[in-house]
Design a protein around this ligand. Structure first.
Ligand code: FAD
Length: 331
């Protein structure tokens, strides 16, 4: 991922898309067809595949990573959590990722089992607590120790602070920064953020990182995480879970249409488009990226990246070998 970012012109923009492994065979086939369309039409710089807490989606996450990396030829980043994971499960995941040609890992701590956000209910959870891995930094160090520079390693960050059970009183980005410095110094190559709707909170956070006296964040790619608005209910649920603030001016635009699902999606595309444009104006040193939490859905993100001109131009070589397809989502 960082090689691809480094190869872009300094003033370029790029984006990535997140997918989670579906629970059923039918869901997987649908997603594969959708991924094919999206990758050809939207041309993300890379895609990411989520990992169920405790390894609950291990098999399905690796299958989806295989589809993305091997079958579709997409630069793929596998999320990997480390708490409640046995060491052998971590080893297996890394070995299999390597065997699939996946070169990027988003190294995460994961949440304790109570969270069902990323879980596949049908799958067993290893539940092994494990002294090797307490925080995400332990996984970053482990990957570097075992694999040297083979993997490009990303880590998570929280523009509005991480609300953790272990320190619920400290939901403040300033509390997390020393640990983020450590993750970068341990060998993280890029930072990807939690979703947010408050652009000022994000801009302040990025400015704080860039000017941090440690110098750890001077040039590392920081990729803001954005979630297209698929429905009023999903938005309220996810912002509550992630503790992302909904600025009143955004909420009132959505409140005005909340009984009409299509209108919510339309206004949602407007809102996300404005957020992207606003962040684009604050130029980092180097290319500006955006990460989209797609929830495996196609249309809203397609409209957003089209409208904000994030789709990269197609080169002549690619055009000759690959007919461009129009975005025609089915969700
Ligand atoms: P850490 O970096 O370990 O930090 C967790 C908290 O502990 C922070 O508040 C930090 O400040 C604090 N902390 C860190 N080190 C110490 C220390 N030594 N002493 C005291 N406090 C410390 N979850 C999944 O289960 N699957 C996924 O696929 C997934 N994908 C994600 C993708 C992104 C981009 C993001 C932002 C989150 C994702 N998550 C996922 C959620 C993530 O696992 C949780 O937010 C988890 O609670 C924290 O993970 P972390 O890697 O940020 O942990």
């Amino acid at each position: 991922i960082t090689d691809k970012i480094a190869a872009l012109p300094q003033d370029a923009n790029y984006f990535s898309l997140e997918f989670f492994p579906p629970k059923t065979q039918m869901g997987s086939s649908n997603l594969q067809a959708r991924l094919e369309r999206m990758s050809r039409a939207l041309r993300p710089l890379f895609v990411t595949v989520t990992w169920g807490a405790g390894g609950s989606t291990a098999t399905k996450s690796l299958e989806l990573a295989e589809i993305c990396q091997r079958q579709l030829g997409l630069t793929t980043c596998l999320h990997l959590t480390c708490t409640n994971m046995s060491r052998s499960l971590v080893d297996e995941a890394l070995e299999q990722a390597k065997a699939l040609g996946v070169r990027n890992i988003l190294a995460l701590r994961g949440d304790p089992p109570r969270s069902d956000e990323y879980r596949d209910e049908g799958a067993p959870v290893s539940g092994d607590s494990n002294d090797d891995f307490e925080w995400a930094i332990d996984l970053v160090r482990y990957i570097r120790k075992q694999y040297g520079d083979y993997f490009c390693v990303g880590v998570a960050a929280y523009p509005e602070g991480h609300s953790d059970q272990s320190h619920p009183e400290h939901q403040d980005p300033k509390f997390d920064i020393p640990y983020l410095v450590e993750k970068v110094q341990a060998g993280a190559d890029f930072i990807m953020t939690q979703l947010f709707f408050d652009v000022k909170a994000y801009s302040d956070f990025e400015a704080m990182l860039r000017s941090h006296p440690s110098g750890a964040f001077k040039s590392i790619p920081v990729i803001p995480g954005l979630m297209p608005i698929q429905s009023y209910q999903i938005l309220r649920r996810i912002t509550k879970l992630s503790h992302a603030r909904l600025p009143p001016e955004i909420l009132s635009r959505l409140d005005a249409v909340k009984g009409d699902d299509e209108a919510v999606k339309r206004v949602g595309v407007d809102i996300l488009g404005e957020i992207v444009q606003e962040i684009k104006r604050t130029k980092p040193q180097g290319p500006r990226g955006f990460h989209f939490y797609t929830l495996n859905l196609e249309k809203a993100v397609a409209h957003i990246v089209e409208r904000t001109q994030l789709i990269p131009p197609i080169s002549q070589d690619e055009e000759d070998s690959d007919d461009a397809v129009a975005v025609d989502g089915d969700d």
